[in-house]
Design a binder for this molecule. Structure first.
Ligand code: ADP
Ligand code: MG
Length: 723
């Protein structure tokens, strides 16, 4: 095919598409959780004593004795096989953002050729995917290249239905033979424990006696783009990099704001229903769906859940989005910035901590006492964001998210915390010593019940803040759409644990010679004096803030992943993770290495693609058009007509400039021998990214000049608007 034939074909195919028919959706009650080996399913299928043991394990994570493990495994196998599963898989989350799985059959054969099925407790509990090719930093030497998966009984097993049939999926952790974490789940579980341990101390100092285990919760809003596969298949950049590396702006973009919350296109509607039914079968509580700001962009938010389960569900959501979109003729783009000049995608991670006895500790509550607990936990978050801002920036760093952060559509690359007017005033008053303790009829009342009983109107939320209090939780808004939520959750839980430990320490001393109220206020005053600088309620996009944050507040503006990742090597961050037992220095260092490698690889792949596409797709179109123009010019001259040659001149000079940029980029790609990883990262961020943009600027200028019938790549207006 030549010229624009691929594009015309794609448009023809798309305009003749019908929504695929899916079987009529079944009532929610019939499908909710039907593919999950949940506690209630276990209760039905297990003896009383076996259920009691597994129930305890599921709630505490304590190991299961081998006899019970055998019983649970057998019941799980029978349940899964009755649903058509012949295989099982330990599913795990390596340090990339992907989900990994290795499938094993239940089958074993007898010497006489007959077959039986087997699934023992030890097969359930431990798997050995080998996995020597998963990135691990330098943790696993090749002589010990084995990685092990182990069942996480606190996240239920489930059946995944694909075209290949049903598979029993067992959520697992992934570790080296020396027991080091090679995954995103282990630190999440450990961070939850660290947070619980610290919170218990603070709550007992506050006089609470009945304190259930605290858990962090997560509700993650997922944004994504849908592009028709006919277009996506004609764009090597979408296929290999998940974003467009070229593309002149469309005459119409998102300026009318007519897509946000607009009517969902019919084909997308059918896709969403199909996708959500699958989520419901897996017990994933899909709750809201709508169009997003950019044309072709959508959002899905499940109801919040326990952070560990929510993180597993989030991974399933990303997997299922891609698989289901394909079935409906779409490519689902989870990349943070698929189209230049058009809003990118993020993942807002809503996070809170609580338990069954004290409730949500980030909810102001009704009594003065509840409010004291709330203020302490809220203060702990403020301290965490201030002290570990660079870490929070590092856990959301990726090549993709760099295009989004600070681009005036997403939070800036400066970590501050937004509290809302009323709560900000409370903390400011505490800092200024204006909040004095007064005695009302025996009960100390800080007068907070009224102040904190503020309106929880999401409308007045500050959308320019990376980290915002939204009434009963914090919303980390700077997370990338393609990222696992585990990294951010680990950082939040761990910084909270550290702050709560600090608070417990101070509180204990303060309580020795003052009342509880005074002690709390004193501790919070000290906290605010040291960390109040992180609070910011103004416009996070403004240049005044960028200046003030750095110059007056001492906060860091960390624009790229190359600048952000070294935070993992900082002493304070090492100390944070080792003192809380969440990551050993070796585990932390391996994370730095793996994330750095991922960044370098993504930039290099993109740079190679830029060279390849510019040379093999764009250059030929430019030279063909130039030759058309010169032929036309020659024949016009024969007729004695003078044709304006400025178009040809522009194309020639843009083409020459593009060739020069391609050459520069190609030779930059040959550079090696970097002294440090940090240096290599900076080279990618500064040299390669800049040269890619150079090539692109000429290519995009050419797109605006060259005859449409010669342009080989689907254009922005087509990908964004033709559905
Ligand atoms: P918005 O777009 O206004 O931010 P959404 O309804 O799209 O709101 O998403 C809010 C998310 O926050 C949902 O996933 C919701 O379940 C979650 N959420 C609500 N309360 C809590 C809480 N206490 N802890 C964690 N997440 C919560
Ligand atoms: Mg939100």
């Amino acid at each position: 095919m030549s010229g624009n034939e691929t594009r015309l074909q794609a448009i023809y195919q798309i305009t003749n598409r019908e929504p695929i028919s899916i079987s009529p959706t079944e009532p929610l009650k019939a499908i909710w959780g039907c593919d999950v080996f949940s506690l209630s399913t276990m209760e039905e299928n297990l003896s009383k004593s076996a259920f009691k043991a597994i129930n305890k394990t599921a709630h505490t994570g304590e190991p299961l004795d081998s006899a019970t493990a055998d019983i649970v495994a057998a019941a799980m196998k029978d349940w899964a096989m009755a649903k058509g599963a012949k295989y099982f898989s330990h599913i795990f989350y390596p340090l990339t953002n992907i989900t990994a799985e290795k499938h094993d059959g239940f089958i074993i054969t007898n010497p006489d050729g007959s077959s039986i099925t087997e699934f023992t407790g030890s097969l359930l509990i431990k798997g050995e995917p080998d996995g020597s090719s998963f990135p691990n930093g330098s943790i696993r030497m090749t002589n010990a290249a084995r990685g092990y998966t182990a069942w996480d009984p606190t996240s239920p097993a489930y059946i995944m239905h694909t075209d290949n049939g049903a598979t029993l999926m067992i959520p697992s952790v992934f570790m080296s033979w020396t027991g080091e974490s090679l995954d995103k789940k282990i630190p999440l579980l450990r961070s939850n424990k660290a947070m619980n341990d610290a919170a218990q101390k603070v709550l007992s100092l506050m006089g609470e006696t009945d304190i259930a285990t605290l858990n962090s919760s997560c509700g993650a809003e997922q944004e994504y783009f849908l592009v028709d596969t006919n277009f996506a298949n004609a764009r090597p950049d979408l296929l290999l990099a998940g974003r467009t590396l070229f593309g002149a702006p469309s005459a119409k973009g998102q300026e009318f704001d007519d897509h946000y919350f607009g009517a969902i296109p019919p084909r997308v509607q059918v896709f969403m229903q199909d996708f959500e039914d699958q989520l419901y079968r897996l017990g994933i509580p899909a709750k809201t769906r709508h169009n997003e700001v950019a044309p072709g962009q959508f959002e899905l938010a499940p109801y919040f859940e326990n952070a560990n389960v929510a993180a597993d569900h989030q991974q399933m959501i990303m997997t299922l989005l891609k698989i289901t979109a394909k079935k409906h003729g779409f490519m689902c783009l989870l990349h943070e910035k698929p189209f230049a000049g058009i809003n990118g995608s993020g993942k807002h991670v809503n996070w809170s901590v609580g338990n069954s006895t004290q409730g949500n500790l980030l909810d102001p509550g009704k009594t003065p006492h509840d409010n004291l607990n709330f203020l302490l936990f809220c203060g702990a978050v403020i301290r965490g964001v201030h002290k570990f801002g660079p870490l929070l920036r590092a856990v959301i760093a990726s090549a993709g998210n760099d295009h989004r952060l600070g681009a005036n559509e997403a939070p800036p690359a400066i970590l501050s915390v937004y509290l809302g007017d009323q709560l900000e005033k409370v903390f400011q008053d505490i800092k200024d010593g204006k909040l004095s303790v007064s005695d009302h009829g025996g009960e100390m009342d800080l007068g907070l019940s009224q102040i904190l009983n503020f309106e929880r109107d999401p409308g007045d939320r500050n959308r320019t803040s990376p980290f915002a209090f939204t009434g009963n939780r914090f919303e980390f808004r700077a997370v990338g759409s393609e990222q696992s939520v585990s990294g951010p959750l680990v950082a939040m839980n761990t910084m909270l644990a550290d702050s709560l430990n600090w608070i417990a320490n101070r509180l204990e001393t303060a309580l020795a010679n003052s009342t509880q109220e005074e002690a709390v206020i004193n501790v919070l005053q000290e906290l605010m004096n040291e960390h109040g600088n992180a609070i910011f309620g103004g416009d996070g996009y403004s240049s005044e803030w960028h200046k003030m944050a750095v110059e007056e507040r001492g906060l860091q503006n960390i624009p790229t992943t190359a600048d952000a990742l070294p935070a993992f090597r900082e002493e304070s961050v090492q100390e944070l993770f080792s003192s809380t037992g969440v990551l050993s220095p070796i585990e932390l260092e391996s994370r730095f290495e793996v994330y750095a490698e991922q960044y370098v690889l993504s930039i290099e792949v993109e740079a190679k693609l830029v060279v390849d596409m510019a040379k093999t797709l764009i250059l030929p179109a430019a030279t063909r058009y130039l030759s058309d123009l010169s032929l036309a010019n020659a024949s016009m001259q024969d007729m004695g007509i003078e044709l304006d040659s400025s178009v040809a001149q522009t194309i020639a000079s843009e083409t020459n400039a593009m060739i020069a940029s391609i050459n520069e980029l190609s030779s930059a790609l040959e550079t090696d021998g970097f002294a440090t990883t940090e240096e290599h990262l900076q080279f990618c961020a500064n040299t390669l990214c800049k040269l890619m943009l150079d090539v692109r600027s000429h290519a995009d200028a050419l797109e605006a000049e060259i005859a449409d019938e010669l342009w080989p790549l689907p254009k922005y207006q087509e990908m964004l608007f033709i559905k």
